[in-house]
Design a protein around this ligand. Structure first.
Ligand code: HEC
Length: 245
């Protein structure tokens, strides 16, 4: 079958599967999901494929769900939404259950469904600086369809934390989440630190809340984006960080 959003190439016993929607950073839509399911069904039965390498064209492995597609699903009926979610879940399960080893080749970012795709790979090889994130929480939703696969890959403890804290983990490592944290300081023992913002501000819950909201205000030139969170979420996040001794 010819695909619109994927390219495939066979080199000896290795099948190369590449997401090919660079204009939207290889985001998933219903068609791409159907193509991936079709590819998995066709490839699963191929005895001479001994390994699969999954990648994405361009600078980003996959940015997750296509927002245009997601916006459309708001008007779907419950049945249509269920059908959509079921098709997506079956696609991930089909790749997860392939008999041959699947190697993920990740550059740039693997976010949301992209992180889900990385989770169904047996081995993930990531470029220096590549980030993995469950950024759904920023949109007010939780990782749903991908969560069983993410749980199986990273474990319940890390998943609970990552699903809730979303974007912070793109840049910061925190206890046991060593896959990320290349761009900001490791926050593992954050509460034991006397100062934050490279020594400029005392580490108090108030300063920390202000820092998360607008780092530039406390440290002009700070290399961290502002996060204006609902007050209750900010308070919960501050309380959590203050437990990291
Ligand atoms: C795009 C990357 C990025 C994201 C996303 C990010 N940070 Fe940061 N963060 C940084 C960088 C870089 C610094 C160091 C800034 C500096 O000192 O100039 C930093 C510093 C911090 C510090 C101060 C640490 C110290 O020892 O001084 C805290 C606390 C922190 N971030 C918490 C968070 C939280 C909580 C979130 C999510 C709400 C978050 N960060 C999201 C990049 C990021």
């Amino acid at each position: 079958m010819a695909y619109n959003y994927l390219t495939t190439r066979r080199d000896g016993a290795v099948e190369y599967l590449t997401l090919n929607r660079p204009e939207v950073r290889n985001a998933f839509n219903a068609e791409m999901i159907a193509e991936l399911a079709d590819w998995a069904a066709a490839t699963g039965g191929e005895r001479d494929v001994r390994a699969v390498v999954v990648g994405g064209v361009g600078k980003t492995f996959s940015a997750g769900a296509d927002v245009t597609w997601m916006a459309k699903t708001i008007r779907y009926t419950e049945e249509q939404n269920l059908a959509d979610a079921t098709a997506t879940s079956r696609m991930f399960a089909a790749i997860d259950q392939l008999r041959m080893p699947v190697i993920g080749r990740v550059q740039g970012a693997a976010l949301g469904g992209g992180a889900g795709l990385a989770a169904v790979c047996d081995i993930v090889v990531a470029e220096e600086g590549a980030v993995f994130g469950f950024t759904e929480v920023k949109l007010g939703i939780l990782p749903a369809v991908i969560s069983p696969f993410a749980l199986a890959k990273i474990g319940r403890s890390a998943a609970r934390e990552l699903f809730l804290t979303g974007s912070c983990m793109l840049c910061h490592a925190v206890q046991g989440t060593s896959a990320q944290g290349r761009r900001g300081p490791d926050l593992t023992h954050f509460a034991s630190r006397a100062h934050i913002g490279a020594g400029s501000v005392a580490n108090t819950p108030e300063a920390l809340a202000r820092w998360i909201e607008d780092p530039q205000k406390l440290k002009p030139g700070a290399n961290m984006p502002s996060h204006f969170l609902p007050p209750a979420d900010l308070a919960a996040l501050v309380a959590y960080l203050e437990t990291l001794t």
